[in-house]
Structure formats: structure tokens, C-alpha cells
Design a protein around this ligand. Sequence first.
Ligand code: SF4
Length: 198
Amino acid sequence: MKKIRKNHWYDYLWIWSILYFALGFFNILFAWLGLIDFLLPLVFAAVFGNKWFCNNMCGRGQLLWLLGRKGKCSRRASAPKWLSSKWFRYGFLAFFLTMFGNMLFQTYLVFSKAQSLKMAIKLFWTFKVPFKWAYHASALPDWSYKFAFGFYSLMLTSTLIGLICMVLFKERTWCTFCPMGTMTQGICQLKNKDKKEN
Ligand code: SF4
């Protein structure tokens, strides 16, 4: 008899993925909330030594699956093998971390007043898109806005890459080289190696 899986609250976290971009579209400061998505998979992997977060709680993974499978937006074709190869996964992770470091440096430049705040996001680390409407002046310093524009750009770019891969290949092809997935896998491997040795 087929076992029926009970739905959990965390099955609906794909809504959060949409909400995140919608909130940031109107007020860029909401982009800071993306840090939760950034840190949680790492915390789960470090504490439990498994990919439970990826398999159950990642809103982006759920969204790609829903659009691809239920929304029939995916060709469901096999992705080229190199996309999931070790060199590509680690190469992409290195590139992603370099871009993240650059974003932090740009934030520092605004913090140190060496650069002024530009109200724009950068897609695919290349195309500048004006985003003035999402800026609402407050008592917060300019660097907090700079970080928000940078982080929103990063989140949007990676989601767009995920969506393109979802359309062209299988639903969750992005997950095969997602930097968070690569990092969590690395942490799990280290943790499980430690367990075996002890
Ligand atoms: S690999 Fe990345 S996108 Fe996929 S479930 Fe894990 S954190 Fe989410």
C-alpha cells in the first residue's frame, strides 16, 4: 500500500521565496532577510551533519520543483554531466564566494565613504538595473542599503540561473551546483568523517 506523506508547514516555504523578492522589490532593506536562507543550511549541516534543510526546508528548491513539475515549466531533460562535476561545483562555489566577497568590499567602500550609494541592482554580476523605488530613506546608514542592493542582486541572479536550468533541464538542476548545497555537502562529509574516526 502506498504510504501517504503528511504535509508539514515547511512544505510551503516556497511561498517565502516569492515573498522575499516581492518585499525587496518594494523596500530593499527586506533583502537582509536573505541571510536566513544563507545561514540556515550551513547551521543545519554543522549541527546535524545532514542535508535535511535542502531536502525539506529550502524554499527555492521547492519553488523550482513546483514550477518545473506541477507547473510543467521544465523540459525535464538530463543536464550535461559537467554541471554536476566536482570541478564545476567547486569552481562555481569559488566564483560565488569571490563575488560575495566583492559585494562585502563594495559595502565597505560605502561605509568608509569612499563610494556613494547607487540605487541599483546588478544581474548576473554584469547588468546594472536601476532600483530607485525600493529605496526609502531612514535613519539607517547608507552601507546597510548597499549591502541590501548587493544581496538582493545575488539572490535574484542565483534564482534566475536556477529557473533557467529548471526550464532547460530537470526541475532542480540548480541544486547540483548550488553554492549552499556544495558547502553543506562539504560540511556533512567532514562531520561524518569525524564521526567515523571517533
Ligand atoms: S542545493 Fe541550494 S537550492 Fe537546492 S535545496 Fe539546497 S540550498 Fe536549496
